[in-house]
Design a protein around this ligand. Structure first.
Ligand code: SF4
Length: 109
């Protein structure tokens, strides 16, 4: 996974907690959350695939993403509720629809 945003190539942190704190600090200073996306450098096709292996791989990348919540909130907030496509914030279209129907997302971001 060295091509993704690991601590080695995305900042001077020594563990996940420090990395998350660094990212929150950067976002609070106006840096776009997408700058910290773990999917940068990944094959985008796996995020828009019906293949189960692709979905597992995409979700694994998301699971290690420090801006997963921002990504999910963005998808829930801005995507067409009836036409959402692809995996965002570790959630498939179907999972996001279920969240949206429960009105379960944080609109404060
Ligand atoms: S949570 Fe969003 S930004 Fe992070 S890896 Fe997944 S799709 Fe990319």
């Amino acid at each position: 996974m060295s091509e993704f945003n690991t601590p080695a190539n995305n900042g001077p942190y020594i563990n996940d907690v420090e990395r998350a704190m660094h990212v929150r600090d950067q976002i609070s200073q106006g840096v776009d959350w997408q700058e910290f996306a773990n999917c940068k450098g990944a094959n985008p096709d796996i995020f828009y695939s019906d293949n189960k292996r692709d979905v597992v791989d995409a979700k694994f990348i998301c699971s290690r993403c420090v801006v997963r919540q921002e990504c999910l909130n963005y998808a829930l907030k801005y995507n067409d509720p009836k036409g959402v496509f692809g995996i965002w914030g570790e959630k498939t279209e179907y999972e996001r629809r279920a969240i949206r129907e429960r009105n379960y997302f944080d609109t404060s971001l």
